[in-house]
Structure formats: structure tokens, C-alpha cells
Design a protein around this ligand. Structure first.
Ligand code: HEM
Length: 398
């Protein structure tokens, strides 16, 4: 997706073939599901549409969807009742109420990140701002020391965009993912050992000492859980921050409106940023039985890819869906998915985004692009790797 999301093509699919069979030599055949209502139908029925190792469709996929060769065994490829039992291990730490307790800390990290822009007029907004906040927040929640944050950043990039030449160099996709997983696992094994000896009040301790059906988590599932939370918390929120500022720069009327009253406007603005940027491109499901979706016959074991950014522009749900409107109400976007696998980190992501965009609106006198943006090559996350901006920022008010 180096040119950004194919919104024109998705609009065509929504209109002409909302459940479309995609077959090409280099990709495992799948159904592209592009309408809001159909994505809800599939996501809410994990009995009929299971999650498998095929988290998302991409080139270079091999094997049967359920073979044992999974890279990570974690929530996203588990099914009920196992899925619920695993989700319970950390769920209490991600509820809206639990997350609200982190508000002051998140505000502080946001201010610190933005302070680092003072005294200059240009920066790479991705590496200097968007990447820093989600990483700092999730690492704090895990109790990972600052000196190791850059390692987490590098490894999660490798897992999520192994085909991107900036991250891969000359290595193959498989080598990249395998190497990153190994390094993650080595790091987390030590963390687990430490938190078993001396538990603290952090997510790492909850996982290290957690149980599923009365038993400690098996090692592979436990290390996979660590990796999932670090990756999921990082890449997505980062791209909502970058894409959100890009959208505001691209729509100066909305930026002006937002700046008039950032505190009052921030909640709907963040929801619109989530709808507009929709950082996750797709997750897949596999049919458990022959069935029908939107008039198409789906066969047992067929793969369905749920295209969230397309659902979020569905003309039947969103009035004037191609308009970026920070006051949009209602805004029932599916950026966090829906149903059984609804994003565990949604409240945390919202908190981070609200903190970031309120402070940006208060502190940036202006911001504009200072060069072309560079996108990440990935069929899972619509990522921006670099976004040079020119800006003027006010000092922090507190
Ligand atoms: C803007 C930011 C984010 C977006 C757009 C996003 C999006 C999503 C989506 C689309 C799903 C899958 C839904 C499905 O398959 O039905 C998901 C699942 C998940 N997300 Fe997020 N996410 C974000 C931030 C976070 C954060 C900050 C965390 C923190 C730990 C997180 C952790 C997870 C986990 C663990 C799952 C798997 C849940 C399950 O399978 O039960 N996400 N997210």
C-alpha cells in the first residue's frame, strides 16, 4: 500500500461486489469483505467464522490455515472458549476504568514528547512523535526500562512489516519474522523470570503469574502474549497519530475548528481520526462450514478478509463518508473491530490519542508538510514511516 489506501477500489467493491472472491497466483485465495454490515456479521459469529494462523492475507503465505507452524499463539488466532480464558488474564488492566488511572502519566509523556520539538522548526513527525508515545506507554505498563525501548521498536517493526526494505535489508520475510520472534522471546523470558521472583504492579507480572483454567500459561503462549501486546499497542496507535495530523494538515478548516476549543472537540475529533485513518487494514476469518454471505456461497475453510478502512467509508452507514468531519455524530466506525476479538487496547489507544491531539491543537501554532510522506509496505497496517513537517510549537503550559 505504498500509495495509501485504495479507497476508489474499495468503493467499487462495496457497490458492485461487497463479498468478492480474490484469486491471484501469489496469494492464497480469499473473499474480500468490504461492507460495514457484513464485517459485523462475520466478526460476531466466531462459531461459524474462526480465527486461524492466517491473521491477514499477504503474499508468501503457505500451508493450511490451522497447521501448527504458527509464529505466535495469541488472542488473535484463538477461538472460544480458549480465547476468553486467555483474554481474562490481562483484561482487568485494559478496561476503561483501569486505563483512566494512567491519564496523568500519559499526559506527562505526551508533553515530554512534544517538548522535544521545541527550539526547532522541522522534524520527522513519525520517529520523533508518533512512534514515541505508544511505545512509552505500553513499555511503562510492562515495566520495561527506557534503555530497552528502542529494541522493542525495532522488533515490532520487523514483525509487522517484514517485507519493507527499510526494515528487512536483504533478508527474506521468513528470516525477518523468525529472527524478531527469537529476540522478543529471549527478552521476555528474562522478564518473566524476574517478575516471578519479584512480582510488581505491572502487566508483565500479571502475565508471568497469570493462570488459564487454574494452570500457569504455557511458555510459548505466554511469550506470544507479551509480543502481541507490544506489537498491537505500538504500530496501530502510531499510525493513527501520524495519519490524524496528516488529515488535519490536509483539511485546514477542520484544524482551525479544532484549535478553537481543543478540550471540547477532542473526543469526536479522535473518533473521526480513527474512522478516517483506520490503521488496521484487515484481519481474516476462516469459515467453519459451508455458508452464505451477502448472496455469495462461502465454502468450509474459505478465508475471508475483513477490510475495516472500507467499512469505515461505507456510504450506507456514514453520511458523506468521504468527508473528514471532526464533529461527526454518530460515528460507529470499526477501526477497533467488533465482537469476540474487539480491540483489547481500545480504551488505552483512545486515551493516548485524546492526550496527543488535545496537546497538539493547543500547542501547534501551525504545522505543514515539509516533504513527501513515506509509507510502510504492509498488508496489515496502513503505516507511514516518515512524515517531515514544518511547525511552530508553544511551550508547555504547565
Ligand atoms: C489506534 C489504535 C488501535 C487500533 C486501530 C487497533 C485495532 C484493532 C483491531 C482491528 C483488532 C482486531 C479485531 C478483530 O479481529 O475482530 C484489534 C485487536 C487487538 N488489539 Fe488493538 N488496536 C489499536 C490499539 C491497541 C493497543 C494500544 C493495544 C494494547 C495493548 C491493542 C491490543 C489489541 C489486542 C491484544 C487485540 C486482540 C484482541 C483479541 O483477539 O481478543 N490494540 N485491535
Amino acid at each position: 500500500m505504498q500509495r495509501g489506501y485504495p479507497h476508489k477500489e474499495w468503493a467499487l467493491l462495496r457497490r458492485e461486489a461487497p463479498v468478492f472472491r480474490y484469486e491471484r497466483p501469489d496469494v492464497v485465495p480469499f473473499w474480500a469483505v468490504t461492507r460495514h454490515a457484513d464485517i459485523i456479521t462475520v466478526s460476531r459469529d466466531p462459531g461459524l467464522f474462526r480465527s486461524t494462523k492466517y491473521l491477514f492475507v499477504t503474499v508468501d503465505q503457505e500451508g493450511a490455515p490451522d497447521d501448527d507452524a504458527v509464529i505466535l499463539r495469541q488472542l488473535l488466532n484463538m477461538n472460544p472458549p480458549e480465547h476468553g480464558a486467555y483474554r481474562k488474564v490481562v483484561n482487568a488492566r485494559f478496561t476503561p476504568r483501569a486505563v483512566q488511572k494512567l491519564a496523568a502519566q500519559v499526559e506527562e509523556v505526551t508533553a515530554e514528547v512534544l517538548d522535544s520539538l521545541a527550539g526547532r522548526e522541522e522534524c520527522d513527525f513519525v520517529t520523533e512523535v508518533s512512534a514515541k508515545l505508544p511505545l512509552a506507554v505500553i513499555a511503562e505498563m510492562f515495566g520495561i526500562p527506557r534503555s530497552d525501548w528502542s529494541l522493542m521498536f525495532r522488533l515490532s517493526n520487523s514483525m509487522i512489516a517484514p517485507s519493507d526494505p527499510e526494515y528487512a535489508g536483504t533478508r527474506s520475510i521468513k528470516e525477518m519474522v523468525e529472527q524478531a520472534r527469537l529476540e522478543f522471546f529471549q527478552y521476555f523470558s528474562q522478564l518473566v523470570e524476574d517478575r516471578r521472583k519479584t512480582p510488581r504492579d505491572d502487566v508483565a507480572s500479571a502475565l508471568a503469574n497469570g493462570t488459564v483454567n487454574g494452570e500457569p500459561l504455557p511458555q510459548f503462549e505466554m511469550l506470544s502474549y507479551f509480543a502481541l501486546l507490544i506489537i498491537a499497542g505500538n504500530e496501530t496507535t502510531r499510525n493513527a497519530i501520524t495519519g490524524g495530523l496528516y488529515a488535519l494538515i490536509d483539511h485546514p478548516d477542520q484544524m482551525r475548528l479544532f484549535k478553537q476549543n481543543p478540550s471540547a472537540m477532542v473526543k469526536p475529533a479522535v473518533e473521526e481520526i480513527l474512522r478516517w485513518t483506520s490503521p488496521v487494514i484487515q484481519f481474516t476469518r476462516v469459515a467453519n462450514a459451508d455458508t452464505e454471505l451477502h448472496g455469495r456461497k462461502i465454502q468450509k475453510d474459505d478465508i475471508l478478509a475483513l477490510f475495516y478502512p472500507s467499512a469505515n467509508r461505507d456510504e450506507e452507514i456514514f453520511e458523506d463518508s468521504g468527508r473528514f468531519d471532526i464533529q461527526r455524530d454518530p460515528n460507529n466506525h470499526l477501526a477497533f473491530g467488533i465482537g469476540e476479538h474487539f480491540c483489547l487496547g481500545a480504551s488505552l489507544a483512545r486515551l493516548e490519542l485524546q492526550s496527543m491531539f488535545r496537546q497538539l491543537a493547543e500547542r501547534f501554532d501551525y504545522a505543514e508538510l515539509a516533504g513527501p510522506i513515506q509509507r510502510m509496505r504492509s498488508s496489515l497496517v496502513g503505516g507511514i514511516k516518515h512524515m517531515p513537517i514544518r511547525y511552530r510549537i508553544r511551550p508547555s503550559t504547565d
